[in-house]
Write a protein that binds this ligand. Structure first.
Ligand code: NAD
Length: 473
């Protein structure tokens, strides 16, 4: 059921609950008929999807521009080409990934076959977030297809142009009985979650993640929860400060800070804080000019609700702002803003910021940074800027986070061989590269015996009547 939305992201035409149930049933019937299992079908669909990306590059860039005023560069780098490259790699490796695996076997099974089959789960549900509305939705969708599942996908209702693009375009390229788009918000998602799925892949905030997990429990449905949280950055005094500031500011202000792995806050000494702020002032002027609102390279806040949330943080932090601090509600613009001498009790430190505001919390040393991090929920990523091996290893060994990136931000996401995901409050499970295929695959273990008389003789000691001669004490 594809419905339409108005400019505010409100449904004009709400799908009836029966149509959601019918869509899921259609996907289940398709899976049960075995349509999606053959590698040939999977490759055909993935190639169609690749064609969709290549033929609709401009439409994708335009939709991102409409929803987030995303610059072309960021749209291509983080969504369109990211999806294309991932898909090309999946297509290239799929036959190899999908082959039954032959793990090592012991002496007792020398004459047997020991196999792990890569089995699709069945019907997968993929729920997307609005901040990278194409990448975060379509990457798991292609993963689910590559593993031989049927998929129901629900784009975020907040990124209206991208949701409409997906709902209108995807059905023109993919098997409509196997890949089905459902548009809508919390109400439709609630209805969806009443259905039985074989896998649920959710990207979004931690609080909604808990709702999804609770719904999945009813059917013991396995889940991947790609959630958020406050990702810290630790900087010490051994770094090249100009390069450090560039890498942090880029990761923070890309997509106007609305990135799950954006550096949320900085921990450093007051001396490092001063050097960082001095470098940041120059860099931001170089990048965005003296009137940042006029820069074509800065995105906008997704909607009025999120804008008001961020404006309230800026208003509550006025005395700590050293760079930026202006905003324009009509344009949903918030200037790249840096705050110093922030404390753990300040408003900005209570929740994930998800906007272009960067607080710096002064601490004395790496040991204090570790303590600060460990007193809070486990972050999605922990950033460390240091050239000291000792500092790095003490942070690696004494903290827990979904992932880490050292001396850069965001770039770990582009390494195909690094699984991407959270831990604790920042999520469950991971994906990217082969891990995406594995996420949507059940590893079905199988022992295949034969009837060889030698094998039977070797194993015959297991049959009653039991004698102690076959066991060692
Ligand atoms: P969100 O949790 O508000 O929404 C995500 C999805 O859940 C949407 O499709 C939405 O329609 C649905 N939803 C909303 N309310 C619901 C309800 N009551 N019941 C059922 N479904 C509901 O998240 P968001 O605002 O779209 O995204 C921002 C959050 O996502 C941030 O916390 C960010 O860190 C996180 N995020 C994580 C990753 C990652 O890869 N780990 C990537 C992007 C965003």
């Amino acid at each position: 059921q594809v419905n339409t939305m108005n400019g505010n992201g409100i449904n004009n035409l709400k799908p009836k609950s029966s149509s959601i149930a019918e869509s899921v049933q259609r996907a289940r019937d398709t899976f049960n008929r075995g349509v999606t299992r053959p590698i040939k079908w999977r490759l055909q669909q993935l190639n169609n999807l690749l064609r969709m990306y290549e033929e609709n590059r401009n439409a994708m860039i335009e939709a991102l521009q409409k929803d987030l005023r995303r610059s072309k560069m960021e749209a291509v780098l983080l969504e369109v080409d990211y999806l294309i490259n991932d898909l090309k790699s999946t297509i290239h490796h799929l036959e190899d990934w999908a082959k039954p695996e032959k793990p090592e076997k012991g002496f007792v099974n020398m004459l047997d076959e020991v196999v792990i089959y890569n089995d699709p789960y069945g019907v997968a549900l993929v729920i997307g977030a609005w901040n990278y509305p194409l990448q975060l939705l379509l990457l798991p969708v292609s993963g689910a297809i590559s593993a031989g599942n049927t998929v129901i996908l629900k784009p975020s209702e907040l990124s209206v142009a991208c949701a409409n693009f997906v709902a209108e375009t995807l059905p023109k390229y993919l098997d409509n009985d196997a890949v089905i788009v459902i548009e809508g918000g919390p109400q439709e998602t609630t209805e969806l979650l009443k259905q039985k799925f074989d896998y649920i892949f959710f990207t979004g905030g931690t609080s909604i993640g808990k709702i999804i997990y609770e719904a999945a429990v009813k059917n013991l449905t396995p889940v991947t929860l790609e959630l958020g949280g406050k990702s810290p950055v630790y900087i010490d005094n051994t770094v090249d400060m100009v390069v450090t500031a560039k890498r942090i500011l880029w990761g923070k202000f890309i997509n106007a800070g609305q990135t799950c792995i954006a550096p949320d806050y900085v921990l450093c000494t007051r001396e490092v804080q001063d050097k960082f702020v001095a470098a940041a002032k120059k860099i931001l002027k170089e990048w965005y000019g003296s009137d940042a609102q006029k820069s074509p390279d800065l995105g906008r806040i997704i909607n009025g609700r999120h804008f008001n949330r961020l404006q309230a943080i800026v208003d509550a932090s006025k005395d700590k702002i050293v760079i930026g601090g202006s905003y324009d509600a009509n344009d949903k613009f918030i200037e790249p803003t840096i705050l110093t001498d922030v404390t753990a009790t300040d408003k900005i430190m209570q929740d994930e910021i998800f906007g272009p505001l960067l607080p710096i919390v002064p601490i004395e040393n790496a040991f204090e940074a570790i303590q600060f991090i460990n007193e809070r929920e486990k972050p999605l990523v922990l950033y460390v800027f240091s050239t000291s091996k000792k500092v790095l290893s003490s942070i690696v060994d004494n903290t827990s986070s979904g992932g880490m990136c050292v001396n850069d931000t965001m770039m770990h996401m582009g390494v195909e061989t690094l699984p991407f995901g959270g831990v604790g409050a920042s999520g469950i499970g991971a994906y990217h590269g082969k891990k995406t295929f594995d996420t949507f695959t059940h590893k079905k273990s199988c022992l295949i015996k034969n009837f060889s008389p030698i094998g039977e003789k070797l194993a015959s000691g297991r049959y009653p009547p039991y004698t102690d001669s076959n066991i060692n004490f």
